[in-house]
Design a protein around this ligand. Structure first.
Ligand SMILES: NC(=O)C1=CN([C@@H]2O[C@H](COP(=O)(O)OP(=O)(O)OC[C@H]3O[C@@H](n4cnc5c(N)ncnc54)[C@H](OP(=O)(O)O)[C@@H]3O)[C@@H](O)[C@H]2O)C=CC1
Ligand SMILES: O=C(O)C1=N[C@H](C(=O)O)C[C@H](O)C1
Length: 239
């Protein structure tokens, strides 16, 4: 499988290394749009594009994938609702795996949270804390938003960013973003009840886990029918 990487930043570089270490996948190009490079300039066949860049590049990515009938793996975070719709529309024509976090741990954590939140939500307060390196552009993280959607699937709770004063009505989920140093990514979901606390926490030890997951997603996308997929589809086959 011939892969192109969109974005030559921290993740683009780790992904290039991961691809080099794996069998059955090779890198045809690493495109850095801020240097004026374009996906459309790639002359070789591309079997999948893996995007770790910036929402600004979405239109180029989607145009390329449609023109070349090429699957996309989208790891970039911070898309607007309009951009998310563009991803959904493109997925009618080509396979697209779109996930805010490509690690196995977070994919399992999301599933656990969807199971337990309905049981706990009436008697426990729910708060989410995420921590990342000081170069991260978006806050809260895409993963934090995804985990909050998992615990607030019916939209019953107001999502409060940071906090001033105490919890007003209890029908809210607090989301807190910390930025510092080289933290690869930490997500902590806290259910605080009367005299008991349940915490579900994931810590990324390095960026390599995201790159490995993105390669798994690329292998999945290569043989998938057009459609929008997430990491649960990749890792659990939609079960
Ligand atoms: N889904 C997942 O599992 C993961 C997702 N991510 C996401 O992937 C994306 C990239 O992360 P990371 O590699 O750490 O970030 P970096 O800032 O290190 O890299 C981003 C790359 O995109 C480039 N870029 C292109 N266009 C723009 C633009 N308009 N504005 C800013 N940058 C641009 C940057 O160029 P330049 O070098 O000139 O700044 C850089 O090469 C982020 O959205 C992040 O949240 C990260 C890890 C895991
Ligand atoms: O920018 C990062 O580094 C990460 N971004 C993703 C996010 O926004 O959730 C995934 C991971 O936490 C690392």
């Amino acid at each position: 499988m011939k892969a192109a990487i969109l974005g030559a930043g921290a993740m683009g570089k780790v992904l290039a290394q991961t691809i080099e270490e794996q069998e059955g996948i090779s890198l045809v190009a690493m495109i850095e749009p801020r240097n004026g490079e374009k996906l459309h300039d790639i002359k070789e066949t591309v079997d999948v594009v893996i995007d770790f860049s910036n929402p600004e590049n979405l239109e180029m990515l989607m145009d390329f994938c449609i023109a070349r009938k090429c699957p996309a793996v989208i790891a970039t975070t911070g898309f607007s609702l309009e951009q998310q719709q563009m991803i959904t529309d493109t997925a009618q024509q080509v396979p697209v795996v779109f996930a805010a976090n490509f690690s196995l741990g977070i994919t399992v954590m999301k599933r656990i949270l969807s199971e337990i939140a309905p049981i706990l939500e009436d008697s426990f307060d729910m708060e989410v804390i995420e921590k990342h390196h000081n170069k991260k552009l978006d806050a809260p993280s895409g993963t934090a938003k995804m985990l909050v959607s998992a615990i607030n699937s019916r939209g019953d709770y107001e999502e409060v960013h940071g906090r001033e004063g105490n919890r007003r009505r209890g029908k809210e989920i607090g989301i807190h973003a910390i930025r510092g140093g080289t933290i690869a990514g930490e997500h902590d979901v806290i259910f605080a009840g009367e005299d008991e606390i349940l915490e579900i926490k994931h810590t990324a030890g390095s960026k390599k886990i995201f790159a490995a997951g993105a390669v798994k997603a690329a292998r999945f996308a290569q043989t998938a029918e057009p459609g929008l997929y997430d990491m649960e589809d990749v890792l659990f086959g939609g079960k």
